[in-house]
Design a protein around this ligand. Structure first.
Ligand SMILES: [Mg+2]
Length: 247
């Protein structure tokens, strides 16, 4: 069995390791079991590796996948070479396609907030969509919470553009099939030989099931009472070590 392991709420609780997470990864490594860490965060793999390293989890950069890596794989598979990217400098640096604001063959919607993107960029994306340039996004999340207040997220702008053009924007974050397929490809195996471990039923487990992977829901992080009724596997965070024994 190979593993796709979620980051936040599964291995990490903020900047601390969740119970058994360090031992679990060490046991996988000792057994030579292959795994990738899959997140919906668009932070760079270098930063993600540093967060893990700080709690004693040591992984290679090639073992981390985020939606931008999935977008790069998608772009390559579809033979796109030039992308118009809406996102911060740090996010743009992760894009492997050539950045082209004038004549792109793909649009990547990553983040509107950090670089204070607004009407001009939305209008430009709208015009590109009318010209049938495909658009992909990392997230359809409509808002996020900060200190209890709601803030507009990329998904709200995705909805606006979809509504204005009557076109669909593909999501490359979890639970998208394409994202899970990219992670399974990185493991060089087939979906039925992969177990996905996560704390969010709506992204980790739903995505795993749709892709044909096994799913293990942990009662940590985003877990909500009742989630276990929607999934085939019930586990608590303390059961991570049991998964190893069953391997
Ligand atoms: Mg999570």
């Amino acid at each position: 069995m190979k593993y796709i392991i979620d980051l936040d709420g599964t291995l990490l609780d903020g900047e601390k390791a969740n119970l058994d997470a360090v031992d679990f990864i060490a046991s996988l490594q000792k057994k030579g079991a292959e795994f990738v860490i899959m997140t919906n965060s668009v932070k760079s793999p270098h930063l993600i590796r540093k967060r893990l390293n700080n709690v004693g989890i040591k992984v290679e950069l090639s073992q981390i996948i985020n939606p931008i890596i999935a977008m790069n794989i998608y772009g390559k598979r579809q033979n796109y070479s030039k992308a118009y990217v809406l996102g911060s400098k740090l996010e743009k640096e992760q894009v492997s396609l050539e950045l082209d604001d004038l004549n792109p063959d793909l649009v990547m919607l990553l983040d509107f907030e950090k670089d204070a993107l607004g009407y001009k960029e939305l209008q430009k994306t709208f015009e590109l969509m009318i010209r049938n340039v495909p658009v992909i996004t990392a997230s359809k999340s409509k808002f996020y919470l900060r200190n209890g207040d709601k803030f507009l997220d990329t998904g709200s702008f995705v909805s606006l553009l979809e509504s204005a053009t009557d076109q669909r924007i593909e999501v490359l974050g979890k639970p998208s099939l394409s994202y899970f397929k990219s992670a399974v490809d990185l493991l060089n195996t087939t979906e039925d030989k992969v177990t996905v471990i996560g704390d969010d039923w709506s992204t980790d487990i739903l995505g795993a099931n749709q892709a044909g992977c096994h799913g293990v829901l942990l009662k940590s992080g985003k877990y909500k009472k009742g989630d276990e009724e929607k999934t085939i596997v019930k586990q608590s965070v303390a059961c991570l070590m049991d998964i190893i024994k069953e391997t």
